[in-house]
Structure formats: structure tokens, C-alpha cells
Design a protein around this ligand. Structure first.
Ligand code: 5CA
Ligand code: ZN
Length: 423
């Protein structure tokens, strides 16, 4: 898919003492801090939106975390490849289109464009490859066929009336017993896995499955649902987890460094897509993404901000109301990416005041002959330590209270390059 205009990133001077902290992040599997990308190349897959009711502040917060990660990597001199998807055909999207009497393709296209506009306004780095679920169909078909041939997937009979003119082919599910490492990403007990699977798009009760947790790989054609030619699989559409596994594999290769998303994706989505990665790579545990990073969920009016509940603050609405995107970024950056917090109007007001203070400080006369670069070192150090944006904002706040303490041009370049905020 076409992405969006990349923001310009000013080049920053290297550290004065030549020493850099490696960029470490919290890994959901080990529950500890690990180096996000040890090599010269940093490869990130962050799950994209399901395009309806985009872009709310929860989405923006999650994408901002991975934007910071890329900015920290780029500043460290790494080559960064970021790949993402758009789940442009899926049950909730089709249900919304049905409920509102809109063609699902129009809904997806319109919301994807809104997302592009929001991401551009928020100065988010675009992915190098951005693949829609619809675009991924041929690659998914091939992958599912390979899993079937390898004995890692099986067919499940469909109900009467389903399956177009070849109902006997059935839906296809992954056989989780083919992956001895299944469950390692989230490390949850069986009861929690089953509960979360049912809650988050899974079908533990589906008859004919070998294991209640086995995830759908290929859903055969159903009346009133879109379907594509699946060759030997028959007409149908991709399951959710295989979509991301195949898009990440084709965009980044396996294994890659970081798989990311909001905390609600840890299980089942990232557990399942990682399981698919192990089998698709042919390398078992060696083929899995090295690190799993999850952003905390933002609440609003007492509950997780979510499309299904409708308690949303949309970036596009704030922009329409004249709110500067830089203030939205600052409001989100005031909270560490892993915390769960509830958005209130005070978050925005605080960010607008902070932006005004920083701008006033940047416009103050340049510093005298004192040492400069303290803010850059502090912001760099804060981001390298699990993307600690609140600590980074604290360092800039301290300078804004005493603008002569550092070079305003260097501070402005730091804030632009590392935090994505233009003063
Ligand atoms: N298309 C799938 C991923 S393949 C999906 O989850 N789409 S989504 O539109 O529902 O969410 C997009 C991203 O925003 C995901 O990483 C999700 O975890 C994150 N997200 C959704 N709601 C919130 C929230 N309230 N707070 C923080 N992040 C959120
Ligand atoms: Zn995904």
C-alpha cells in the first residue's frame, strides 16, 4: 500500500565522549530489559490498524512508541527497516460495514486514508513496506498450503451452505502441537490462554478442531463475505495471525528484531503469529522475532479506548478542532509507553503549555560560552533506556526553565530528531 510522507529528521552530533548506551526495551517474554537490535540492521514489525474508527489516541500512543524506537535506532546509526500491515479484511471491519450500510472496501479505504493523514500530521516514520491483508492473499495461500503439506495444519469441515462450490475443502487451522515452543511468548497458563483467545477473536468452541486454541489460517467462503481464489485451499480469506506472520516474513525475513503492538496483542495475536513464524522459517525457535514489545492501553471514560466500545478520542477530531499535532505527541509522550493511563482534557492542556514554554525558550537569545549538549545527552540516554519519554521531557523542561543552560538550536534539533516535535 502507498504509505505517507516521511518527516525530515535533523542529523545530531555524536556523543561528546563517544560512548553510547545501547537501546534497550522491555521484552514481554523475559519481562526484562534487552537490547532491541544488537546488529547494524534493526528490523521492526509493528501491527497496523484494522481500518475502522481510526486513528484514536490509543492507536497513536502505540505507534508513537515504535516511532521513538526507530528514532533512537537511527540516532545510533543503525539501518532501520520497519514493516507493518493493514487488516483491511476481517470480521470486525465487515460487521461495521454491514451495520452502517457501507461497502467494506470503501470503509477500509477511507479509514486507511484518515490514518495516513493522521500519521503524517503526527510526524510518524512510515513503514518501508505496508501491506494490506487483501494484498497478502496470494502469499498467505502459499504459506497455508506449505503448512498443510508439512502436517502443521489441518482442514475442519464447514457448516452446510459454506465453502462456495467446494465445501469439502473446509477451513484450515494450524495444529499447535507441531510447534513445541508454542506459549513461550506470553508464558500464560492454559486457563488464561483460553479465556483471552475467546475474548480476542478466537473460536475455542469451534467443532472439529484438534485443540481449542488452534488458530484459523484460512476461512472458506461464506455467504455475504468477500472471498479470494485460494487454489487448493478453495475460495476464502486469510486468518488474522497468519496475515501478520506472512507480511513480516516477506518484508523483513525471519527472524527479525522486534515485534510490537499494544498490550492487547500479546496473546493470542503475537503468540500465534510467532508460532507461525517458527514453522514458516523452517528454523524453529531461531526463526521467531527476538523481542516482543507492548505498549500500555489508553483508557477513556473509565474503559480501554476501543472501537468496539466507542469511547474514542480521534486524532482527526482533535486536528479539526485546531489542536496542533505536536501537542498531541507531547501529551502522549508525558506517559511512559508501557503505563496504562486514562486520557483527560488536562493531558492536552498540559502539553499545550509545555509546547509554549519550550518554544519561548527556543526563541530566547543563544547561550553564552558555557558547555552545550547536556539536553541531547539526557534525551538520548532516556530514550535508550526503554524509551523513557517522560524523563526526556523532564530534561527539556529543565532547559526551558533556564534557556541559557544549553544551545537552543541544538535543543530544537534534539527535540525534532528524537521526539518528533518541531519547535
Ligand atoms: N490490525 C490489528 C493488528 S494486526 C489491530 O489490532 N488493529 S487495531 O486497529 O485494533 O489496533 C492497532 C494498534 O493499536 C494495535 O497495536 C493495538 O494493540 C493498538 N491499540 C488499540 N487500542 C489501543 C488502546 N486503547 N491503547 C493503546 N493501544 C491500542
Ligand atoms: Zn498484527
Amino acid at each position: 500500500m502507498r504509505t505517507w510522507q516521511a518527516p525530515e529528521i535533523p542529523q545530531l552530533p555524536g556523543p561528546q565522549d563517544g560512548r553510547r548506551d545501547p537501546v534497550v526495551v522491555h521484552d514481554s517474554t523475559t519481562r526484562g530489559l534487552v537490547e532491541a537490535a544488537p546488529g547494524e540492521q534493526a528490523r521492526l514489525y509493528a501491527c497496523g490498524i484494522t481500518p475502522y474508527d481510526a486513528t484514536h489516541l490509543g492507536h497513536a500512543n502505540t505507534y508513537l512508541a515504535f516511532d521513538l524506537l526507530q528514532r533512537a535506532w537511527l540516532d545510533a546509526g543503525k539501518t532501520v527497516t520497519y514493516v507493518s500491515n493493514v487488516t483491511d479484511v476481517d470480521d470486525p471491519l465487515l460487521e461495521r460495514a454491514d451495520a452502517t450500510g457501507v461497502d467494506w472496501r470503501d470503509l477500509a479505504a477511507e479509514q486507511t486514508q484518515l490514518f495516513r493523514d493522521d500519521m503524517t500530521a503526527l510526524r510518524m516514520l512510515p513503514p518501508a513496506t505496508w501491506t494490506g491483508a487483501v494484498e497478502s492473499v496470494p502469499a498467505v495461500v502459499e504459506a497455508v498450503q506449505a503448512l498443510l503439506e508439512a502436517g502443521a495444519a489441518y482442514r475442519v469441515p464447514v457448516e452446510p451452505g459454506a465453502g462456495g462450490d467446494a465445501p469439502e475443502l473446509g477451513d484450515v487451522y494450524a495444529d499447535l502441537t507441531a510447534d513445541p515452543d508454542f506459549g513461550r511468548v506470553a508464558g500464560l497458563d492454559a486457563g488464561t490462554m483460553t479465556a483471552l483467545f475467546a475474548e480476542r477473536g478466537g473460536d475455542p468452541q469451534r467443532e472439529g478442531k484438534k485443540n481449542p486454541l488452534d488458530p484459523l489460517l484460512w476461512r472458506r467462503e461464506r455467504a455475504g463475505e468477500p472471498a479470494w481464489d485460494g487454489g487448493s485451499l478453495g475460495t476464502g480469506r486469510p486468518g488474522w495471525h497468519i496475515e501478520c506472520a506472512v507480511i513480516a516474513r516477506d518484508g523483513l525475513g525471519l527472524p527479525f528484531d522486534v515485534q510490537g503492538g499494544g498490550a492487547d496483542l500479546l496473546f493470542p495475536h503475537h503468540e500465534m503469529s510467532t508460532s507461525h513464524d517458527r514453522l514458516l522459517s523452517g528454523r524453529g525457535a531461531e526463526g521467531a522475532p527476538r523481542v516482543h514489545v507492548h505498549a500500555g492501553l489508553i483508557a477513556y471514560q473509565g474503559a480501554k479506548m476501543s472501537k468496539s466500545l466507542g469511547n474514542l478520542v480521534l486524532v482527526s477530531r482533535l486536528r479539526e478542532a485546531g489542536v496542533e499535532p505536536a501537542a498531541i505527541r507531547l501529551a502522549l509522550l508525558a506517559h511512559h509507553y508501557r503505563t496504562e493511563w486514562e486520557w483527560t482534557d488536562a493531558d492536552l492542556a498540559g502539553a499545550q503549555q509545555r509546547l509554549a514554554r519550550w518554544r519561548a525558550a527556543a526563541a530566547a537569545p543563544a547561550a553564552g560560552s558555557g558547555p552545550t549538549g547536556g539536553v541531547l545527552a539526557a534525551v538520548r540516554g532516556a530514550l535508550a533506556h526503554d524509551l523513557d519519554a517522560p524523563a526526556a521531557l523532564g530534561a527539556v523542561d529543565a532547559w526551558a526553565a533556564d534557556p541559557a543552560s544549553d544551545d537552543p538550536l541544538l535543543v530544537a534539533a534534539t527535540v525534532d530528531a528524537l521526539l518528533g516535535v518541531r519547535l
